[in-house]
Design a binder for this molecule. Structure first.
Ligand code: IMP
Length: 198
């Protein structure tokens, strides 16, 4: 479980007056954990070319850091899905907004996701990719809100288990904002200290 750091993130946040953020996982801890995940993946597939599929847009920093830590032959592609409207609550509905550019048949594929919450998005993705007959299909998520799970899915590689709070930063957004924070932070909305997602 990620330890709460309770400090302000580095740099200008540019948030609105009724929103505030506190660091949950520092950038240094993220980078350390990403390195470990890359080592685990390479231990499982030492000589295979690995094809990363980043799920837009939240996974972009995770994919960029993971790709550089992996070593060996690595390629990547992106898939767009929308599972949240404008806010912190899931609609439970998953829509494909951008398909892959190259076929994955016969390839060793690692799906790279920012966060596993209800699991509905991952369930949709696994079905979609399995139908395309990859040689291996594995999933790496940076964050896992295990207690929120509805669908029966798990990641093969998971960075941090986090509490049920709405998080932003390191690619994760709230209405497209906060993606550029280097740390993963808990977003608090409104004058009280309770986050809206609870
Ligand atoms: P799931 O389908 O409920 O597992 O949700 C997966 C997607 O919801 C993620 O890829 C994120 O885009 C989004 N999401 C879930 N929880 C959070 C959060 O705490 N902050 C930002 N986005 C989130």
């Amino acid at each position: 479980m990620a330890k709460q750091l309770n400090r302000k993130p580095k740099g200008k946040i540019g948030n609105r007056p009724d929103e505030s953020v506190r660091v949950l996982i520092s950038h240094a801890n993220i980078r350390r954990r990403v390195r470990e995940i890359a080592q685990d993946v390479r231990r499982d597939f030492p000589d295979e070319p690995i094809h990363l599929i980043g799920i837009l847009k939240g996974s972009v920093f995770f994919l960029a850091d993971l790709a550089r830590e992996l070593g060996g032959e690595v390629s990547f592609d992106f898939l767009g899905v929308s599972s949240y409207g404008h806010g912190t609550d899931s609609t439970g509905e998953v829509k494909l907004t951008k398909d892959l550019e190259v076929a994955i048949e016969g390839r060793t594929v690692l799906v790279v996701e920012d966060i596993l919450d209800t699991g509905l998005t991952l369930k949709f993705l696994i079905k979609l990719f399995e139908e395309r007959k990859p040689k291996h299909l594995r999933v790496a998520v940076l964050l896992d809100k295990a207690e929120r799970r509805i669908a029966k899915v798990n990641a093969d590689y998971a960075g941090f288990t986090i509490p049920n709070e709405f998080v932003v930063g390191y690619g994760l957004d709230y209405d497209e904002r906060y993606r550029n924070l280097p740390d993963v932070c808990v977003l608090q909305i409104g004058p009280c200290t309770k986050s809206k997602a609870q």
